[in-house]
Design a protein around this ligand. Structure first.
Ligand SMILES: Nc1ncnc2c1ncn2[C@@H]1O[C@H](COP(=O)(O)OP(=O)(O)OP(=O)(O)O)[C@@H](O)[C@H]1O
Ligand SMILES: [Mg+2]
Length: 565
């Protein structure tokens, strides 16, 4: 039995649900956002929210509270009506701030279909179209409710190779991919480099596909064009000089299993046609042969290019693209967009990286030196990353203690190489820190009070984090190219324009102003990171802003320029 909150200005859905789902407790409906917040803070065991979209409620109850801008232009009543028609989405936004992981089912009916702009946002949520037919509506709601509650009681196992986290968006992605994995249709994986496409294909999709054949992966970006056909389809003896024996291609090897074509955008146009035939008829011919072979594969493709654009510019066949099932393409978010579960994400990755053989030995060495208790069965020493000193000494677990400014810097870092880069960063961090401590133990007298009191805690100096992050920064597109060239050695070289005949003071202000503008661009307008770089204090954003004001820099103008570029 689960506790469910309905947010709706009428009793309609509450009556429907209590009648058709008597096994759950439905709290009295909340009529607006304020009532919903109150209900959620009263009943902390609410597991699910059902949210209507259209709210016919008085103006003062409508979100946003400050409607001055919205109502300033045009017809006031029409503006209010628009707000009422999409009020559920405003409520959803607010709920996501205070309850980022609470499952919400958005209910829309024919009369209040979401606007196109909202559709993408809704995609990350569970939502259901209702038809104003009691039985059908009750059935589709029930399906959704049961699905979500089942998911909630079975969170992804901690040791799943792909880290999903707990955000509703990632859980929805996982559920969708589990369904696609079992089907026969191809799957497209999209996402920037290092977001886990290859890992997912191998460890998740193939593992769940219930196919008995092998998993075979090919990276098409590393195959020379002239070898591609033979590599994929195989070759018969004598097909060309050098083909001294018949050889199977990856297609034959993947028979009965999964074929993962990485960087599919690199597939030569003539081979795209042949792959299409494989998908359509399950047939192909090896190079140099007219005999047809039959093959049964589940195809997974990945790319960080925009395939639709490639289609429009003629670099990718439209028929193949359509056959790859673009409607269900899965886009993996970059690391910088995983802020909501960044804390547990760091923890998981630290534990993983610490298990790598070299780090694992170092951790053990450190633990033994400091009298901690490594697991007796030889398994790796548990290690976590903490932002505050854990209350009590636990000699069976290590904590890397991260300064809050370092945590913030990590969370706000751009991570252009995503999880691959995070793994490297953490591996460096563990190795560098532990090597130093292990070596120190040979020279420092045992009994150093600072060390001896909490050997389970390893403080990480903010400087170490900064020094490891800095070389990984890549200036964003649109930034000054000269600055980009100079970033290699850490220095920033920039053209500065000064007016002849100006006083030294005016010239230095000029230089500083232009420097600040460059920094603003480099850090994408993040004053905290600018302060960290300029003053060594991430909390000094306000100071930076004041100085920019003094120099006559208009932040609003810079923002607009950034948006335009
Ligand atoms: N969500 C995740 N959970 C755990 N590990 C991850 C995750 N995403 C990526 N990784 C790790 O990051 C590294 C890069 O992942 P992977 O090779 O799958 O990325 P990719 O998207 O295929 O990148 P590319 O486009 O460069 O091929 C791997 O070591 C992988 O284990
Ligand atoms: Mg890959």
């Amino acid at each position: 039995m689960s506790s469910i909150l309905i947010i709706d200005d009428t009793n309609k859905y509450w009556e429907l649900c209590t009648r058709f789902m008597p096994e759950h407790t439905f709290l009295p409906p909340a009529r607006n956002f304020r009532e919903a917040e109150a209900a959620l803070s009263r009943s902390r065991d609410v597991e699910l929210v059902l949210l209507d979209v259209h709210f016919d409620i008085p103006e003062e109850q409508l979100l946003p509270e400050d409607k001055t801008d919205l109502l300033a232009k045009g017809d006031r009543n029409r503006a209010l009506e628009r707000l009422r028609r999409a009020q559920g989405l405003h409520i959803l936004d607010r709920l996501r701030r205070s309850h980022p992981d609470l499952p919400v089912i958005v209910m829309t009916s024919r009369d209040d279909l979401p606007l196109e702009a909202d559709a993408e946002r809704l995609n990350a949520e569970d939502y259901t179209y209702l038809l104003d037919d009691e039985y059908l509506d009750a059935r589709s709601l029930r399906l959704q409710v049961e699905g979500i509650l089942a998911r909630r009681t079975r969170p992804p196992a901690e040791d799943e190779p792909f880290y999903w986290g707990q955000s509703s968006r990632m859980l929805a992605l996982r559920r969708r991919l589990s369904i696609l994995a079992r089907g026969r249709l191809p799957i497209i994986l999209l996402g920037d480099t290092g977001t886990g496409k290859s890992l997912l294909a191998r460890e998740f999709i193939h593992a769940r596909s219930q196919r008995s054949g092998p998993f075979v992966a090919v990276d098409l970006s590393t195959l020379p064009h002239e070898l591609m056909a033979a590599h994929l389809f195989g070759v018969v003896k004598g097909a060309y000089t050098g083909a001294t024996a018949s050889r199977d291609g990856v297609l034959a090897r993947a028979h009965g299993g999964t074929l993962f074509l990485d960087e599919i955008g690199n597939l030569a146009l003539d081979l795209q046609k042949q792959l299409l035939v494989v998908l359509q008829d399950g047939r192909y011919s090896p190079v140099g042969s007219v005999d047809e072979r039959v093959v049964d594969i589940k195809l997974v493709v990945a790319t960080n290019e925009n395939l639709a654009t490639m289609v429009s510019t003629g670099r990718f066949r439209e028929d193949l693209y359509m056959r790859l099932n673009p409607a269900t393409a899965i886009t993996l978010p970059p690391l910088r967009d995983r802020g909501e579960d960044f804390g547990s994400l760091l923890d998981t990755f630290v534990a993983r990286v610490a298990r790598e053989p070299y780090n694992r030995d170092l951790v053990l060495q450190y633990a033994t030196q400091r009298g901690l208790q490594a697991p007796a069965d030889g398994s790796p020493m548990p290690i976590a990353i903490a932002r505050a000193l854990p209350a009590r000494l636990d000699p069976r677990r290590l904590h890397l203690l991260l300064h809050p400014s370092s945590f913030k810097a990590l969370r706000e870092f751009d991570w252009p190489g995503n999880f691959r880069q995070l793994e490297m960063f953490l591996s460096n961090l563990i190795t560098l820190t532990l090597v130093e401590l292990v070596d120190q133990a040979d020279v420092v007298e045992p009994g150093d009070p600072a060390q001896a009191s909490r050997p389970d805690v390893i403080p990480i100096l903010p400087r170490v984090v900064r020094d490891l992050l800095r070389p990984m920064e890549i200036p964003r597109a649109g930034a000054n190219p000269e600055a980009a060239a100079a970033a290699q050695d850490g220095s920033l070289r920039m053209p500065v324009v000064v007016k002849p005949g100006e006083s030294l003071n005016a010239v230095s202000c000029d230089v500083e102003r232009q420097y600040m503008e460059q920094m603003y661009e480099k850090y994408a307008g993040d004053l905290g990171r600018m302060a960290e770089a300029l003053l060594g204090d991430a909390g000094g954003g306000r100071k930076v802003q004041l100085r920019m004001n003094q120099l006559g820099i208009k932040l609003r103008k810079l923002k607009r320029r950034k948006a335009d570029s």
